[in-house]
Ligand binder design. Structure first.
Ligand code: NYM
Ligand code: MG
Length: 200
């Protein structure tokens, strides 16, 4: 019996309203057209136990929670899915994931009194992505997108810091590709597919 080739773990990162989920879903479709088994996943998964707490924290800006505590909840939300992630990858399914550990690290580390190195620690041991696409977009553009501002963190000051820290991380890692979303969606699509097919 032939061995099943492990699926790839592909992550999309970027500021709020940068178009990550749209790109992820289009990539899943494109891969399926190439007969590659693919599945969309996103974090935070608001349907789980920790996800419900996270959802409340994000939507209710009055909710008081220590920054370390919410950081650990976001990480726990990924650890809740680790068995599922591993078993899908082992079954040969490529996972296209909308936000992962880097969102966790970046959105916490830009806060006052939060240490970048501390923020990275609870992510250690989660499956490592094969490829990370960072969507780059102007602040002006995200701020006029429908719904911007409705949740905690969705304001210019935070989003600018987040964008800067993402770029900093992208320079530290060799499996990141920065994609400028000023290009057309089809263009971005072709670029991501090209990269994926090179991987396979
Ligand atoms: N977020 C997301 C974090 O602060 N830490 C994390 O680990 C993750 C996965 O949640 N502003 C933040 C980024 C977003 C918010 O994400 C909700 P989305 O993709 O808008 O549902
Ligand atoms: Mg959002």
């Amino acid at each position: 019996m032939g061995q099943i080739k492990r699926g790839a773990l592909i992550v999309f990162e970027g500021v709020d309203k940068s178009g990550k989920s749209t790109h992820c879903k289009k990539l899943v479709e494109a891969l399926e057209n190439f007969k590659i088994k693919a599945k969309f996943m996103s974090f935070p998964d608001r349907s789980t136990l920790t996800g419900k707490l996270i959802d409340n924290y994000l939507r209710n800006k009055e909710c008081q929670l220590d920054d370390h505590a919410i950081h650990l909840l976001f990480t726990a939300n990924r650890w809740e899915k680790v068995d599922q992630i591993k078993s899908l990858l082992n079954d040969g399914v490529t996972l296209i994931v909308d936000r992962y550990s880097y969102s966790g690290i970046v959105y916490s580390a830009v806060k006052k009194n939060m240490d970048l190195n501390w923020c990275k620690q609870p992510e250690i041991g989660l499956p490592k992505p094969d490829m990370v696409f960072l969507l780059s977009i102007s602040q002006e553009e995200i701020m006029v997108r429908p719904g911007f501002g409705s949740e905690r963190y969705e304001h210019r000051e935070m989003q600018e810091k987040v964008a800067d820290m993402y770029l900093q991380l992208s320079r530290e890692c060799d499996n990141w590709e920065v994609i400028n979303t000023a290009r057309s969606i089809e263009d971005v699509q072709d670029r991501t597919c090209e990269e994926m097919c090179r991987e396979n």
